[in-house]
Design a binder for this molecule. Sequence first.
Ligand SMILES: [Fe+2]
Length: 226
Amino acid sequence: MLTERADRLWTDEEPLTFFGVELGRIMTVVELSSGGLFVQSPAELTPDLQRALEELGDVRFVAPASKLHGHLYMEQYRAAFPGVELLAAPGLAARRLDLQFDGLLGDTPDPRWSADIDQVAVDGHRWLTEIAYYHRQSGTVILGDVGFHIGPSSPPKTRLVARLLRIYRRISPPIEFRLTIANEDTFRRSIRDVLAWEFDRLIPGHGEIVETGGKQAVADGFDWIL
Ligand SMILES: [Fe+2]
């Protein structure tokens, strides 16, 4: 269920098992200055979660991290919240032909959320562009699969796999993503754009939230490209 992380910022950490490995996944909710809610990487919309969101405000925007991460339950939000706008990460519209998207996400935040949330398109990978988000007021960066962060509280099997994928106690994409970066300069520039934000908290797509020291953790996690 929703946990208040800061003023106008909530997360919902849900279990997720991938090929027998417990990764967990994180959804983030930001209350915009306009009063509406911006939901990143939506979790399955249970009746309890729907009620909790309705208590916070009007769900206005639902945004994934990428065409792979955070789009699975968007159709439930369309059905539950009239007036919601579903936003497509690069390549998502072609994967989710069942959905009508209201906007495409890129490097520039829409004026309707740019006062609260900035964004960067993390480019340079062969087939995946992820959108990284920044909540100014709380100094929080929100990532998806570009920023796994598996920590010591995970079960032994998860820790073992995370070590192999080089995402144990490190904010980073898994090693196979690193090995399929097509343009290192472009990817490096994207990560430097993320590091240009003033932030302390880091919310990864999978794993443990870094409440403080997030900026240094990103710099350390991406030392292989920086
Ligand atoms: Fe993911």
